[in-house]
Write a protein that binds this ligand. Structure first.
Ligand code: FE2
Ligand code: FE2
Length: 331
């Protein structure tokens, strides 16, 4: 009855199906029930010919900004899913991360379907713009994409370095941001297929938030104290990174040309006039501020210092060295 030698850890797969966190089982059941297929949304009702080329390019630009975040989400969560296996996480945690990965793939598909329909081309970077607005949109899209690539390099570097506990707060930050934006977009959007998509995506993001909250509730009371300052720093970096989609990309963090924001404002005004509701500057700022205060409320409970976010009027701990090289926040 000789046994094999001890297995070196982390061994990628647990041979066990322990379940301790009942709430996560409920989230998984909801994910199964609420699963939806982007292809089955009512795309037939979306008549692009009702819009001018300027409007189409402007609306496609918003979807392009979104996809810079959403198209990175499937690989980001796939990496986190692998980490839950390496950490031999309980079975419902593994399934919840699997559901997030699957949902994010759906969100990416929606970006692709919207852009392809609007531009009659499946790629906003190689598309040949038809108007000056389209040319400005494409120039900005190139810069967003360039910065997104920098983010992925940072993420890959960060994932093995940090515990799942640190990762969860960064994920929660992304999920709060996502839930905020989709709620806003769904509320005032006039195009039925987009409205339906935003509603479904927003519901998914709500579940993702619940997963992060449950895990924080489970792990944070016994958290390693040295992880706390790391979380504060990650939240500041997350604010800067996600401002690219929720607010305006700050130049000290995002590598973008000086006229980037002016171009973006001009493009957004065209989309807005066409009935595609993108919040105005002040509304974006207020929404982003309340999302941050929401997150602050969660972190306060666990005695984790919140970073100062003077951009939206939140005081807190000064973080000066937030850098793209090792940020985790995801969308
Ligand atoms: Fe998403
Ligand atoms: Fe999400």
């Amino acid at each position: 009855m000789a046994l094999p030698p001890a297995i070196e850890q982390p061994n990628v797969y647990p041979l066990s199906w322990h379940a301790h966190t009942a709430k996560l089982e409920e989230v998984w059941d909801a994910a199964q029930r609420e699963y939806w297929d982007p292809k089955k949304l009512d795309w037939a009702s979306f008549d692009v010919s009702r819009y001018s080329w300027e409007e189409r390019e402007a609306i496609a630009y918003w979807w392009t900004i979104l996809s810079v975040f959403d198209a990175s989400a499937p690989p980001v969560f796939a990496a986190a899913l692998i980490k839950t296996y390496e950490a031999h996480e309980e079975d419902p945690v593994r399934r919840c991360f699997f559901s997030v990965t699957r949902d994010e793939q759906n969100h990416e598909q929606v970006c692709g379907l919207a852009i392809t329909k609007l531009l009659e081309h499946a790629d906003p970077l190689t598309y040949v713009p038809k108007t000056e607005i389209g040319r400005k949109a494409q120039r900005n899209a190139q810069w967003l994409y360039y910065n997104g690539a920098r983010y992925w390099a940072g993420y890959k570097n960060a994932v093995p370095k940090y515990s799942l506990a640190v990762l969860f707060s960064s994920f929660l930050m992304g999920e709060i941001a996502a839930a905020t934006i989709f709620h806003q977009m769904a509320a005032k959007c006039t195009e039925p297929v987009f409205k339906e998509a935003f509603r479904n995506i927003g519901r998914d993001e709500g579940r993702h938030m619940a997963i992060c909250m449950q895990l924080m509730e489970r792990d944070y009371p016994k958290m390693d104290l040295s992880d706390k300052p790391l979380i504060t720093k990650q939240i500041r970096a997350g604010y800067l990174f996600l401002s690219g989609v929720l607010f305006e990309p700050p130049e000290d963090f995002w590598d973008i040309p000086a006229d980037f924001v002016a171009f973006q404002r001009e493009i957004e005004a065209v989309a807005r006039k066409a009935g595609f509701h993108i919040p105005e500057y002040e509304a974006k700022k207020e929404n982003w501020r309340s999302a941050m205060l929401n997150l602050k409320g969660v972190l306060d409970k666990y005695g984790i210092a919140f970073p100062a976010i003077p951009e939206v009027g939140i005081t807190g701990q000064e973080v000066s060295d937030a850098d793209m090289v090792d940020i985790i926040p995801v969308f």
